[in-house]
Design a protein around this ligand. Structure first.
Ligand code: ADP
Length: 373
């Protein structure tokens, strides 16, 4: 039994879980929300961490696993955090100004609280270290790109690693022989083409803004739009806010929550219906691209809040693709369950799966391995 404390420190919240890395069973967990907001759960991340420690009481983990969003080109695997490593995270914040500084606050607070156990950083980008130059290079002036570290990195890697292994289990095949397309559809959303357990393409880029339509992010957009809006008087911070926090489902409909958008669409709201059409169109765009990138797929997999719980989204993504050997079992698709399951027809050449992700467990396992426990 190896008890791991997993910390996911975001801009205004700290999510945490205390779990056994072998069985995956969680002893306790929770979230301190609205940090720094008036009337919120805590004044700052240190105070939030103190509250979590009070809940933990006498529990003492063997290792602490930290989710870190951006590992840049330098961190391609889970890494034990030393003072030098922590200092490098500060520099990486340039690449992920919205996420890494917040992750770092959690790391500092937790290292102070548990000074005598190893702390391990597990990166969202690490799984995509296998991307080849053709997939990760932006066709920019090479000197500018090099100077500023501009390339595609990809995110949600912890989830992809977990889900890919689960898929291999469920299919009864070695991961090494499988071609998978995994849709991680949460508030943030991306998709990944996985060949033999290796990420060969993914929809998020240098930052988690590229790709699919998300809760509040635009995903793919013509960069010319930014110049146009800039000339119209919008500032850089305004554009950042617009694309990261004021676009996607929220921007198109007024709510970024898929449940609300679907309920509105079902009730006949044409704005919501059109927004969903944009969301589904983008999913199919990437499905086509990755079927070709992989040269066909053994399975298409849905995970995270929307992927696990929205039959409509799954149906709209794969409908009408019988010609590609993709046949959804509509009944299996509409049944709700919290289990990993097959939702394709028996005669479907390409299996369609729903696999609940478990990033905490994956972080815990990688933390134990990296710490050599
Ligand atoms: P995060 O990226 O914050 O981890 P989640 O993976 O929890 O996000 O996914 C959150 C999204 O999942 C929200 O848009 C939410 O509306 C959606 N979701 C959750 N349950 C359902 C459901 N039953 N039907 C449709 N969407 C759902």
């Amino acid at each position: 039994m190896t008890t791991v404390f997993v910390v996911n420190s975001g801009s205004s919240s700290i999510k945490w879980e205390l779990l056994d890395a072998e069985s995956g069973s969680a002893y306790s967990g929770g979230i301190v929300e609205r940090i720094g907001e008036p009337g919120g759960g805590a004044a700052n991340h240190d105070e939030g961490m103190q509250q979590i420690l009070a809940v933990l009481g006498d529990e003492h983990p063997a290792v602490v696993g930290h989710r870190v969003v951006h590992g840049g080109a330098e961190f391609s695997e889970a890494t034990v955090i030393t003072d030098e490593v922590e200092a490098r995270f500060d520099e990486l914040s340039v690449l992920a100004p919205l996420h890494n500084p917040e992750n770092l606050k959690g790391i500092r607070a937790a290292r102070a609280a548990f000074a005598d156990v190893p702390h391990v950083a597990v990166f969202d980008t690490a799984f995509h270290a296998t991307l080849g130059p053709a997939a990760y290079t932006y066709a920019l002036d090479a000197t500018v790109a090099r100077e500023h570290g501009i390339r595609r990195y990809g995110f949600h890697g912890t989830s992809y690693r977990y889900v890919a292994n689960k898929a291999a289990e469920l299919l009864g095949h070695e991961l090494a022989g499988l071609k998978l397309i995994v849709f991680h559809l949460g508030n943030g959303a991306s998709v990944c083409a996985i060949d033999g357990g290796r990420s060969i393409d993914t929809s998020m880029g240098m930052t988690p803004l590229e790709g699919l339509v998300m809760g509040t992010r635009s995903g793919d957009i013509d960069p010319g739009v930014l110049f146009h809006l800039g000339r119209a008087g919008m500032t850089l911070p305004q554009l950042d806010q617009l694309l990261n926090r004021g676009s996607g489902l929220l921007g198109m409909t007024g709510t970024g929550d898929m449940r609300d958008v679907q309920a509105a669409a079902d009730g006949g709201d044409t704005t919501a219906q059109e927004a969903l059409a944009v969301y589904f169109h983008r999913l199919r765009h990437y499905l086509g691209a990755y079927l070709v990138a992989l040269g066909g797929a053994d399975a298409i997999i849905f995970t995270a809040g929307v992927g696990e719980n929205s039959p409509t989204t799954r149906r709209e993504t794969v409908s009408g693709l019988g010609g590609f050997g993709i046949e959804l079992d509509v009944h299996a698709n509409s049944r709700s369950s919290s289990q990993a399951r097959v939702i394709s027809r028996h005669d479907s050449a390409v299996k369609i799966l729903v696999i609940p992700t478990n990033e905490e467990l994956q972080i815990a396992r990688e933390a134990v391995d990296a710490a050599g426990l």
